[in-house]
Design a protein around this ligand. Structure first.
Ligand code: PNS
Length: 160
């Protein structure tokens, strides 16, 4: 029997309720879902990779088939290494589409056997992004309902 392994890659700086919504949908659809945090040496993140992984592990621990990992380099190489056949990405609004299309087609050119699957998070999170969450936290805005409680605590601690 075929086992579907999907990778949900991203920066997750930090994980938001929008990401979690997508993980929950992906968890129902695939046998195994690997949430893969990109180790990007160019970006200046708010949280270290270790902190992001720790938060992700905490908020996904209820799902047995969800794993949190770190990758660097090309996503297609990582997917090959992990035996994944699907890349899962979320599209919130039409503004996401162009970037996602470019990435999906480039990944297809690099590895034609790897399929990108797009899912829509709940419309309640269509305006939500990790960038907006970081900005809100820095400016002391409300975070309830946007991120899990442990992420809210980490954000508050980070900016205090
Ligand atoms: O959460 P993000 O920042 O939108 O995620 C972007 C990510 C990590 C999916 C993307 O930058 C990526 O896959 N980087 C790995 C490098 C790579 O494979 N690049 C070529 C594909 S276009």
């Amino acid at each position: 029997m075929k086992t579907s392994v999907a990778i949900y890659p991203g920066s997750f700086d930090p994980v938001t309720n929008g990401h979690l919504d997508l993980i929950e949908r992906g968890e129902k659809m695939f046998d195994r879902l690997i949430v893969a945090v990109l180790k990007n040496l160019e970006k200046e993140p708010m949280f270290s990779v270790a902190e992001r992984v720790e938060m992700l592990r905490e908020v996904t621990k209820k799902w047995d088939c969800v794993e949190v990992d770190v990758f660097e380099g090309l996503l297609v190489d990582y997917a090959r290494h992990r035996g994944a056949s699907v890349i899962l990405r979320g599209i919130r609004a039409i503004s996401d589409y162009e970037y996602e299309l470019q990435m999906a087609l480039m990944n297809r050119k690099l590895e034609p056997r790897l399929e990108t699957v797009f899912m829509l998070p709940s419309e309640a999170y269509s305006y939500l992004s990790a960038k907006i969450v970081r900005e809100l936290a820095q400016l002391g805005g409300p975070l309830t309902g946007l991120v899990p409680a442990i992420v809210e605590q980490r954000l508050r601690a980070k900016v205090s």
